[in-house]
Design a binder for this molecule. Structure first.
Ligand SMILES: [Cu+2]
Length: 246
């Protein structure tokens, strides 16, 4: 199977799935470049509808470029309750062979993101997926006070279908060929370049993981092979970034 490096086509394909937002992104990117030469002073990372212009994005992107001892920190999202930004800062992370990129989510509200590398669009993991269960299977909540109920549909041959969270989207996991390996939470993974799928799991802001969900607040990847590695967020597929290793 091919690998996760130089997989430009996947991002194009997945971005098309968010075509409505793609238009805005393209327009934004053009304005982004146009304002680059005239905006020299980074400003504070205040959020709000007025500040979230392409030039604001450019300035924040330049401001957030934290590198220390071989580790480049990338912010997955920023912003507050008015408008959390679905963007990576810096969007294009540049490191040397043997260095690490470490992601965290500094959003002020509980908006999760993933860091997901994949070889092509067929590896895209939906957040929820249907699974066949025996007819009559009952589901009971560990918290009866919670306002919740499973989504159940009629299945084939008298079975039923339950719609549940997809662990391959929500948990840290590596898939290489037929091999599926779940990582510990908040992992520091070393990329071989042969993976078909590398996923951080849902990355929550510090202390804001909803009760009962795994507390994943960082994801780090060490890159030992030069190349261009493209990734995206499964929750917001237009939220894409690149790691360039030279
Ligand atoms: Cu996201």
């Amino acid at each position: 199977m091919s690998n996760v490096r130089d997989n430009r086509k996947i991002l194009a394909i997945v971005s098309l799935a968010a075509a409505g937002i793609l238009g805005a992104t393209v327009v934004g990117s053009q304005a982004f470049i146009a304002t680059a030469s005239t905006q020299d002073s980074p400003q504070t990372g205040q959020t709000g509808a007025q500040e979230e212009t392409p030039s604001w994005l450019f300035k924040v992107n330049r401001k957030y470029n934290d590198y220390e001892n071989g580790v480049l920190t990338v912010r997955a999202g920023v912003g507050g309750p008015i408008s959390p930004l679905t963007w990576f800062f810096p969007q294009n992370a540049q490191i040397k062979v043997g260095e690490t990129v470490s992601w965290y989510n500094p959003t002020e509200v509980a908006e999760p993101h993933t860091i997901t590398f994949m070889k092509d669009a067929s590896s895209f993991a939906p957040i929820e997926a249907p699974f066949i269960v025996a007819n009559g299977t009952t589901f009971s909540s560990p918290d009866p006070a919670m306002n919740s109920e499973p989504s159940l549909l009629p299945g084939p041959n008298g079975t039923q279908i339950a719609i549940v969270a997809n662990a391959r989207a929500t948990m840290p996991v590596i898939i290489t060929g037929d091999e599926v390996e779940y990582l510990p939470l908040n992992s520091n993974y070393t990329m071989t370049g042969d993976e078909d799928y590398v996923n951080s799991g849902w990355l929550w802001p510090d202390g804001q993981t909803p009760p009962g969900l795994p507390e994943i607040e960082t994801f780090s990847v060490k890159f030992e092979e030069a190349g261009t590695y493209q990734y995206l967020c499964l929750i917001h597929p237009w939220m894409a970034g690149t790691v360039t290793v030279s």
